[in-house]
Design a binder for this molecule. Structure first.
Ligand code: DX5
Ligand code: ZN
Length: 222
């Protein structure tokens, strides 16, 4: 199978935070398409991870698009900070917004691409009305909050149904998947219709270099 349009977005949540800049540069050098940055607030999800100043620091290490995944409550209060810090894509969770449409418009107004993410238990029907506005539709394939979790099998069917809907309506939103993506699950999500694959533990781990890890994932579906 050849899948030239599929992008890889290494999640720096699994990187060594002690040398984050170098890790980002290594991922870029190894052929990453986006750098995925997981922002958690200890409220919407249990951990606290990265804030806008860290995004600004990462910005100085790469020209790749910074794909900022906000796992935070009331993201409307924070999106401007992340845009100013250099985010190219800002994704919010549908479950975290009372007024999703307003937040989407706010992000677009900041000149940044916008995504909306769905937790595993959230139906794709929650995106029906907003889909034409989106640059990214992110299907979580684990429960958000931690890297290194096992892929939830039931999300494959959800990815296929969202792919069908995007194609049927001729919409351009990139279908991104996040959680438990590795060389075993990557070809399966690509077959189901995913076009941007986030991978944390499978990219940054002691078993292999970042380059070897990225090559291995890409080879699994190319
Ligand atoms: C999970 C995060 C993911 C995570 C992916 O809440 O949104 O981006 O870092 O990590 P892996 O690929 O290890 O599941
Ligand atoms: Zn993420």
């Amino acid at each position: 199978m050849k899948s030239p349009g599929v992008k890889l977005a290494p999640s720096i949540l699994s990187a060594d935070f002690g040398c984050l800049g170098e890790q980002v540069a290594e991922a870029a050098e190894a052929g990453a398409d986006y750098i995925h940055i997981d922002v958690m607030d200890g409220h919407f999800v249990p951990q606290i991870t990265i804030g806008a100043p860290v995004v600004a620091a990462i910005r100085r290490w790469t020209n790749l698009p910074l794909d900022v995944h906000l796992m935070i409550s009331a993201p409307e209060n924070q999106v401007e900070q992340f845009a100013d810090a250099g985010a190219d894509i800002i994704t919010v969770h549908v479950e975290a917004c009372s007024h999703v449409y307003r937040v989407v418009q706010m992000v677009k107004g900041l000149g940044v691409k916008v995504g909306v993410s769905l937790n595993p238990a959230t139906s794709i029907s929650t995106l029906t009305e907003i889909l034409p506005e989106l640059d990214i539709a992110l299907v979580m394939t684990v429960n958000p909050g931690f890297s290194g979790q096992a892929f939830i099998e039931g999300t494959l069917d959800k990815i296929s149904r969202l792919r069908t809907e995007l194609d049927r309506r001729g919409l351009a939103a990139e279908l991104e998947v996040d959680g438990g993506i590795n060389a075993e699950t990557a070809p399966r999500v690509v077959r189901a219709g995913a076009r941007v694959l986030v991978a944390g533990a499978a990219v940054f781990n002691p078993q292999r270099t970042v380059k070897e890890a990225i090559d291995k994932i890409r080879a699994s579906f190319d």
